[in-house]
Design a protein around this ligand. Structure first.
Ligand SMILES: Nc1ncnc2c1ncn2[C@@H]1O[C@H](COP(=O)(O)OP(=O)(O)O)[C@@H](O)[C@H]1O
Ligand SMILES: O=C(CO)[C@H](O)[C@H](O)COP(=O)(O)O
Length: 495
C-alpha cells in the first residue's frame, strides 16, 4: 500500500465513517439542561446545577488566542480572546503571557470546576527546548516560515518522494535547519537536553510538565505516520531522532493532570493526594484547522471545512488518504478517518493588510456580485505559497488596484474564492473521495455572506458558516472526549 505519493490508497471502509459518526455523536452529544445567562467579561452562562464538570479548549492561532469553556451537553459556558501584540519579538513569552491572562480571566466559579483542558496551535510552529527546564533554546520558527534550500534538500534526501515533510515550511525542515546550524548539538555540549516541541505541545507542557508529548496532527509535518502510529525508519535513523517527541497520541487522549505549580498558578483544580480524581486533566491537542473541523461537527465523507482565518486552510473528510507535497496536500487522521487538505497563505491576513474588520463589513455591503470585477489576483501578504501551489517564491499578485475600494475588495474575495475552488478540485483530482458535497466555514471570514456566495459559486457546492466555528470550541470538545475516556478507563479499573 503506497502511503506517500500521488496514489491515494483505499484506507477506510464504511465502518470508519460510521466510527466517525459515532465519534460525532460522542463529541456533540446533546442532553438538554436548563441554564441561566448572566453577563460577565466574556459570555458567561452559569448552569444552576452545582458541581458541574466543565471542559476547556484553548486556541493559539495566527493573530491571537481564544479560550472556550463548555459543559457536558456542548453548550458554551464562557469564552474570551486576546490578540497578540502587533510585532511580537519573543513568541514563546507572548504565548505564555496570554495563557495565564486567559486563564486568569475565567470566573473562579467556572475555573474551579474545569476537569479537562486541550490546546490547538498553528501547524508546524516549532520550538527547540531544553527538556530539563523548559528553556527555549532558539527563536521559534512559525508555521509559515519557509526554511533555506539546504535544509529542504537535506529533508528530500532522507524522506520518500513528495512526502509532506519535504515542504519548506514543514516541522522537519525546521528541525533540519537547527541540525545543520548545529544548534541542538551545541546545547547538548553544554549539558542540556534539547528536544523539538510544537506550539500546542509546549503550551500543554506548561500545565502538565512533560516535554515529550505530542499528537498525531501536530506531529504529521515532523514525519510521524498516523497510519502506523509511529515515526518511519528513515526518520528514526537520523542523528537528531532523540529530539523527537517520544509520545504521540490521538487528539483528545488523556495525557496527565496539572502539576501542583500549574494548579496553583492557574487556579484550575489540582490533583488531590490519594484520590483517583486527577483534578484538571490535560488532554492531547491538535492543530488549529483540525480543531475548527472538530468544532464544525462534520460527519459525512465529502463534507469539508474551510478555516477562513489569517490563512485559508481546507480539510475534506475522505475515505482515501492523499499525501503529495508537490501541491502541499497532506492527510491528517482524526479517529479512523482521513482529513485531506492543505493550507494556503492567502486569506484574512491579506485582507487585514488593507482593511480593518469594520471596513470589510461596510465595503462588503456595497459589493455587486452580479458584476464580476475580472480582477485576477493571487492575494498574498509576501512571497511564498504552500497550497494549492507549493512555491516558496510565488509573488503576490494584487495589481491593477482600482480606485474604488469596493471593487478592489470584491476582486480580492473573488480571487480567494477561485483559489479555494481550485484547491478543492485538486484534492479530488489527486484521489480524495468522494467529491466534495458541502463546505462549512470556520474562522473570522465566515461572517461574510457575500464572500460565502462567491465561494459557493467557485466550489460548486453549498457553503455555509459552521454553527460552531471557533477552533477553541473544537479543542474543548477534545478535552471533553479526553475526560470521558479517563472516566470510562477508571470505571473499567474499578469494576
Ligand atoms: N467581515 C469580514 N469579511 C472577511 N474577512 C473578515 C471579516 N471580518 C474579519 N475577517 C478576517 O478574519 C481574520 C481573523 O480571523 P480569525 O479566525 O480570528 O484568524 P486567526 O485564527 O487565523 O487569527 C482577519 O484576518 C480578518 O481580516
Ligand atoms: O495556516 C496555518 C495557521 O493557521 C496552519 O498551517 C494550519 O494549521 C493548517 O495546518 P494543518 O492542516 O496541519 O492543520
Amino acid at each position: 500500500m503506497k502511503l506517500h505519493g500521488k496514489h491515494a490508497n483505499s484506507l477506510a471502509d464504511r465502518d470508519r465513517i460510521t466510527t466517525l459518526r459515532t465519534h460525532h455523536a460522542f463529541w456533540h452529544k446533546a442532553d438538554k439542561r436548563s441554564i441561566t445567562k448572566i453577563r460577565g467579561q466574556g459570555r458567561c452562562v452559569v448552569s444552576p446545577l452545582i458541581s458541574m464538570a466543565y471542559y476547556m479548549g484553548m486556541d493559539f492561532g495566527t493573530s491571537g488566542a481564544r479560550l472556550t469553556v463548555i459543559e457536558d451537553d456542548g453548550s458554551t459556558v464562557f469564552e474570551t480572546k486576546r490578540a497578540y501584540a502587533h510585532a511580537e519579538q519573543d513568541w514563546s513569552s507572548a504565548w505564555e503571557r496570554l495563557l495565564w491572562e486567559l486563564l486568569d480571566s475565567v470566573p473562579e466559579k467556572i475555573r474551579s470546576e474545569v476537569v479537562s483542558v486541550a490546546f490547538d496551535g498553528t501547524s508546524a510552529t516549532s520550538i527547540l527546548v531544553n527538556q530539563v527546564d523548559g528553556k527555549v533554546l532558539a527563536p521559534v520558527k512559525l508555521y509559515n516560515e519557509a526554511q533555506a534550500e539546504q535544509a529542504v534538500q537535506a529533508v528530500k534526501a532522507i524522506a520518500p518522494a513528495s512526502h509532506t515533510t519535504s515542504a519548506s515550511t514543514s516541522t522537519l525542515c525546521k528541525l533540519m535547519a537547527w541540525h545543520l546550524e548545529e544548534v541542538w548539538q551545541q546545547a547538548e555540549s553544554h549539558g542540556m537536553k534539547p528536544c523539538l516541541m510544537h506550539q500546542a505541545d509546549w503550551l500543554a507542557s506548561l500545565l502538565h510538565g512533560s516535554r515529550s508529548v505530542s499528537d498525531w496532527n501536530n506531529a504529521l509535518k515532523l514525519g510521524f505516520d498516523p497510519e502506523t502510529e509511529a515515526y518511519p525508519e528513515w526518520l528514526n535513523n537520523q542523528a537528531f531522532s532523540h529530539l523527537l517527541p517520544s509520545t504521540v497520541l490521538a487528539p483528545g487522549s488523556p495525557v496527565a493532570p496539572l502539576t501542583a505549580a500549574a494548579a496553583l498558578r492557574s487556579g484550575l483544580p489540582g490533583s488531590i493526594n490519594g484520590s483517583s480524581q486527577p483534578g484538571c486533566l490535560v488532554c492531547a491537542g491538535t492543530t488549529d484547522s483540525i480543531a475548527a473541523f472538530v468544532a464544525a461537527g462534520v460527519t459525512e465523507a465529502g463534507q469539508a471545512v474551510t478555516s477562513l482565518g489569517s490563512t485559508l486552510a481546507i480539510k475534506m473528510l475522505s475515505q482515501t488518504r492523499v499525501d503529495d507535497a508537490t501541491y502541499g496536500v497532506y492527510s491528517h487522521r482524526l479517529g479512523n478517518s482521513w482529513l485531506v487538505g492543505g493550507a494556503s497563505n492567502t486569506g484574512g491576513a491579506v485582507l487585514r493588510k488593507f482593511f480593518a474588520d469594520s471596513e470589510l463589513h461596510s465595503l462588503t455591503q456595497k459589493m455587486d456580485l452580479s458584476c464580476p470585477t475580472g480582477l485576477d489576483y493571487y492575494p498574498l501578504v509576501k512571497p511564498g505559497e504552500r497550497f494549492p501551489i507549493n512555491d516558496p517564491g510565488l509573488r503576490p499578485r494584487l495589481e491593477p488596484r482600482p480606485a474604488d475600494n469596493v471593487v478592489f475588495l470584491q476582486g480580492v474575495l473573488e480571487s480567494m474564492a477561485r483559489i479555494e475552488g481550485e484547491a478543492y478540485k485538486l484534492l479530488v483530482q489527486l484521489g480524495a473521495s468522494p467529491a466534495v458535497t458541502e463546505v462549512l466555514t470556520a474562522g473570522g471570514g465566515a461572517v461574510n455572506e457575500m464572500w460565502t456566495q462567491l465561494r459557493a459559486g467557485a466550489i460548486g457546492v453549498p457553503v455555509s458558516a459552521a454553527k460552531h466555528g471557533d477552533a477553541s470550541y473544537g479543542a474543548a470538545l477534545l478535552a471533553r472526549q479526553g475526560w470521558r475516556s479517563h472516566c470510562s478507563a477508571q470505571t473499567k479499573k474499578e469494576s
